[in-house]
Design a protein around this ligand. Structure first.
Ligand SMILES: [Ca+2]
Ligand SMILES: [Ca+2]
Length: 451
């Protein structure tokens, strides 16, 4: 019966220790779960702010891309309009050039016609002069001939008819020549009229061509000025386009950097997500372990409860058992030195208690409520612990570090309640005041309660 209760007690102590360490471990795990939860919240918060930042960057990239498309569209439209206008102006200029060339050719043709007409007129004038000279000669010759004929008519009447015939022939020839002369004169007049007309026409053409040329030159000047303005505007637009291209390039560069940053952030987010997942996994494992430990704790608690119940039952058994095993136990009402306490026990037919088994140590430890003397000392010889019946100590239930014979003056042994039942002995000076546990033989009828 005693051995069984002792084993239960041992088991109960071990369970108590296990329970304490498990409690401690549970607290540590709970703290670790709290820390991990806080760390997880921090990671989630970081992840949210990174997601927000990523969204803002994406919105900015979209805006920049839209602005770039608008600028490109505007520049393309403007460039197409300018190219169309330059093509139109170039075609118009070519038409004007063709017209100037045609007019120049026409003018050259007219000049050539005019020159040939002038040459023809000169030749006609020369011919008219020659015919006139011939006529004069003929007149002169005819007058001379008439005179000679008149003179000779008289003399040459025979010859007169011949000469008359000849004169008639000559007169006819003369009429013919006169007619020729008249027609030539008429022709000359017509030619002169035509020359005048041609001259007037030439002057008009020259005036018209000069006017036309001046207008064309003015228009060419205007067109050249306008072309220069367009060239300036094209140059400005080209410069503006280069500036926009430069802006676009820097924006593209910035966009690339942003994309790189987004990629880095995404990788970092993936890493964080991975960390978060592993932490979540670890948290789940810890929760599982906490659940297991809680279940184990509940089992231990149940076992502890049943053990406590058993302990209570056993405690009710102890006085009876103590009485059977050791006889009666009692203490003094006053605090005394070890020697005075022993004397008190002797005065009451007992002696200070001898504890020579583990079961008795447990029973006594469960009963004491204050520091008490027991019947053990090394007063006779330092380090040689001896019971009051002069038997030598075989098994001690010392507190950790005891006996230490502090100041070389600790020779009497006490039990300190509250320490583990099997480790609660201490040596201290014998003059210290304690109650002592007295133990009678089982034959002594009267017992005192030491509690
Ligand atoms: Ca000592
Ligand atoms: Ca001591």
């Amino acid at each position: 019966m005693l051995q069984s209760s002792s084993r239960d007690q041992l088991e109960k102590d071990q369970l108590q220790n296990s329970f304490n360490s498990l409690n401690q471990k549970k607290l540590e795990l709970e703290n670790r779960v709290k820390d991990l939860t806080a760390e997880k919240s921090q990671l989630q918060s970081n992840f949210n702010s990174l997601s927000q930042e990523k969204l803002e960057l994406e919105t900015r990239v979209r805006d920049v891309t839209a602005e770039k498309s608008q600028l490109q569209s505007f520049l393309s439209q403007e460039k197409l309009e300018l190219e169309t206008r330059v093509r139109d102006l170039t075609a118009e200029k070519n038409q004007w050039k063709t017209r100037v060339s045609d007019l120049t050719t026409e003018k050259s043709q007219l000049q050539s016609n005019f020159n040939s007409l002038s040459q023809e007129k000169l030749e006609l004038e020369t011919r008219v002069r020659d015919v006139t000279a011939e006529k004069s000669q003929l007149q002169s010759f005819l007058s001379q001939e008439k005179l000679e004929l008149e003179t000779r008519v008289r003399d040459l009447t025979a010859e007169k008819n011949q000469w008359k015939t000849r004169v008639r022939d000559l007169t006819t020839e003369k009429s013919q020549l006169q007619s020729n002369f008249n027609s030539l004169s008429q022709e000359k007049l017509e030619l002169e009229t035509r020359v005048r007309d041609v001259t007037a026409e030439k002057s008009q053409l020259q005036s018209f061509l000069s006017q036309e040329k001046l207008e064309l030159e003015t228009r060419v000047r205007d067109l050249t000025a306008e072309k220069n303005q367009w060239k300036t505007r094209v140059s400005d637009l080209t410069t503006e386009k280069s500036q926009l291209q430069s802006n676009f390039n820097s924006l593209s560069q910035e966009k690339l950097e942003l994309e790189t940053r987004v990629r880095d952030l995404t990788a970092e987010k993936s890493q964080l997500q991975s960390n978060f997942n592993s932490l979540s996994q670890e948290k789940l494992e810890l929760e599982t372990r906490v659940r297991d430990l809680s279940a184990e704790k509940s089992q231990l608690q149940n076992r502890l409860n049943s053990l406590s119940q058993k302990k209570l039952e056993l405690e009710t058994e102890i006085p009876k058992l103590s009485e059977q095993a050791t006889g009666c136990l009692f203490t003094s009402n006053e605090l005394k030195s070890w020697s005075d306490s022993r004397q008190y026990c002797r005065d009451h037919g007992a002696d200070l208690i001898i504890i020579n088994t583990e079961e008795k140590q447990r029973n006594i430890s469960s009963l004491v409520k204050e520091r008490v003397w027991i019947g053990l000392s090394d007063t006779e010889q330092e380090g040689n612990m001896t019971w009051v019946d002069n038997s030598t100590l075989t098994q001690g239930f010392w507190f950790k570090g005891e006996p230490n014979n502090a100041d070389g003056n600790e020779d009497c042994i006490e039990i300190i309640p509250g320490y583990p039942f099997l480790n609660n002995w201490n040596d201290l000076p014998c003059s210290e005041k304690r109650k002592g546990i007295c133990e009678t033989s089982s034959s002594t009828p009267k017992c005192y309660d030491i509690s």
